[in-house]
Design a protein around this ligand. Structure first.
Ligand code: FAD
Length: 487
């Protein structure tokens, strides 16, 4: 923690400061405001919403704790359990707010999840309106650059406004929701290795690890999952990759292809799904791979919308238009010739495809040490296609250590007084396997917002001479009321 005091241009006060206005920050701010806290919701960029505002709006997670454990065996079970338990209540809260939430669930999201399509921008706007209605504020162009403490507890933040002015916020509770460290190239390289340099950034540009750095400086610990992350395969090369390209250029159908590296060899069970293949290829030579598939895959999964609202798009054609290296041929043999001309070993690739076809035809098994799933289908109806792809990163799975009440923890597992975190800033909820982004962000934001408000209300009560809970340092009645409100 830092004990010196910067010269600031202005001092403001709040009960709870929330750092970052994506889905987790918005939910934390809304929850704290509804619990009676005066909230300052601070956003670094000129617009609110972070990656959430760029997202597809699918509000989903694991349908059960068993499903969470099966898909994410390396995940933090305490966090995963409460996430699944809280999902229905969070969904009911969204429906009650009046924002659009689909009536019918979508199943098998990312192979196993269940969720509902939402108007995510309306959800973010509703959260901000709740903050303002409770006497709080929501500001853009305000980057938190430092956490303050009195040697014992967090006491506020220093923020830099767009014009360079420094503002101090005195507050008994601070929630970090800066959206992960995918934009911090040094941190990515440290955890992922040199191929991190080849990850396309498929995220809002403001999530550069500020939350993790601030939390570490305040004594918080880190988690597992530091080298795992969410993203999707994108054609390579790509001549433009702006936020409006993030959804249409994602090759969601890769689970139905044969995926080889630049040696012409498979390295992963493709049916694990695109967000896992995206991570696996990152650790292959040059972090490049080639998707090989047939016309049936191109016309079905390669074109259908993965979620309602994304529209039907011929994703192969769009990748080609954007500059990707590709081949089309009437026979698999001609396709192999074309791919070999890119410098990929012809013999290896031909042998890989031959063995894959044989093992898939026999109902699955193992081919050269790599599983072929029982449902795998070999390319069989021409024309045949090959597409060079590269990985992208939307957010990191490792981060600040927290408990299932949103409290930041030190390396000994003790709460850092006054510090909370949520969303992509916390670590371990997803780990290689992916439990969703929006619903986990919203739900963990509620945990942090409720805990932060309980502390702030307690601190205010103590200052006014009311009796505080001697153990928790906050009034027992307020703690109970909040626990009732968010469970
Ligand atoms: C194209 C795309 C589609 C997606 N679709 C889905 C989907 O359909 N379903 C799903 O579940 N997930 C989806 N996701 C993932 C989802 O958007 C993220 O998981 C989620 O937004 C993370 O929430 P967050 O609040 O932690 O971070 P974010 O929403 O990214 O917000 C973080 C915010 O913090 C701000 N910030 C950073 N540092 C500071 C600082 N120092 N001071 C002040 N502010 C700061 C950033 O500028 C940013 O606005 C998608 C993501 C993308 C990019």
């Amino acid at each position: 923690m830092t004990h010196h005091h910067r010269e600031v241009d202005e001092v403001r006060t709040a009960d709870v400061v929330v750092v970052g206005s994506g889905v987790s920050g918005s939910a934390a701010a809304m929850t704290a405001a509804r619990a009676g806290a005066r909230v300052a919701l601070l956003e670094k960029q000129e617009t609110f919403g972070g990656s959430a505002a760029l997202s597809a709006g699918m509000f989903w997670t694991a349908p059960s704790v068993d499903a969470y454990r099966a898909r994410i065996p390396l995940g933090d079970l305490a966090l995963g359990t409460r996430l699944v338990e809280d999902y229905e209540d969070a969904l009911a809260e969204l429906r009650a707010s009046g924002v659009r939430v689909a009536d019918e669930p979508k199943r098998d999201i990312m192979t196993f999840g269940v969720g509902y399509s939402t108007d995510i921008r309306a959800i973010l706007a509703w959260c901000r309106a709740e903050v303002v209605a409770a006497g709080g504020e929501a500001r853009t162009g305000t980057a938190v650059v430092e956490l303050l403490d009195d040697g014992r507890t967090v006491t506020g933040v220093v923020a830099r406004e767009a014009d360079g002015r420094l503002v101090r916020y005195d507050a008994p509770a601070v929630v970090l929701t800066t959206g992960g460290f995918q934009g911090a190239r040094d941190e990515l390289t440290r955890h992922i290795g040199p191929n991190a340099d080849r990850l396309l950034l498929r995220s809002n540009p403001g999530s550069v690890g500020d939350g993790l750095r601030l939390a570490r400086a305040a004594g918080a610990g880190g988690t597992t999952a530091m080298s795992t992350f969410y993203g999707h395969l994108i054609g390579h090369p790509v001549n433009r990759f702006e936020p409006q390209d993030f959804l249409p250029s994602s090759q969601y159908y890769s689970g139905s292809t044969v995926f080889v590296n630049l040696r012409g060899e498979r390295f992963v069970d493709e049916t694990q799904g695109d967000e896992l293949l995206n991570q696996a290829v990152t650790f292959q030579p040059e972090a490049r791979g080639v998707l090989i598939f047939d016309d049936h895959v191109r016309r079905t999964e390669g074109t259908e919308e993965p979620f309602p609202g994304l529209g039907t798009i011929d994703r192969f054609a769009l990748a080609v238009e954007a500059g990707a290296t590709h081949a089309v041929a009437d026979t698999l043999e001609e396709l192999v010739d074309a791919v070999a001309s890119w410098g990929i070993d012809r013999g290896n690739l031909a042998a890989t495809l031959e063995l894959y076809t044989e093992v898939a035809g026999a109902g699955g098994g193992v081919a050269r040490g790599i599983p072929v799933a029982s449902g795998a289908r070999a390319p069989q109806t021409g024309p045949f296609y090959a597409l060079m792809v590269q990985p992208s990163i939307t957010f990191t799975f490792g981060g600040i250590r927290t408990n299932a009440d949103g409290e930041a923890l030190d390396h000994d597992g003790r709460p850092v007084p006054g510090l909370y975190a949520a969303g992509a800033d916390i670590g371990g909820l997803s780990n290689y396997g992916y439990a969703g982004g929006l619903a986990p962000g919203y739900i963990t934001g509620r945990w942090a917002g409720a805990s932060a408000a309980a502390r702030a209300v307690g601190t205010a009560a103590a200052a006014e001479g009311r009796s505080a809970d001697p153990v928790e340092g906050r009034p027992a009645a307020a703690t109970r009321a909040l626990a009732g409100a968010h469970r």
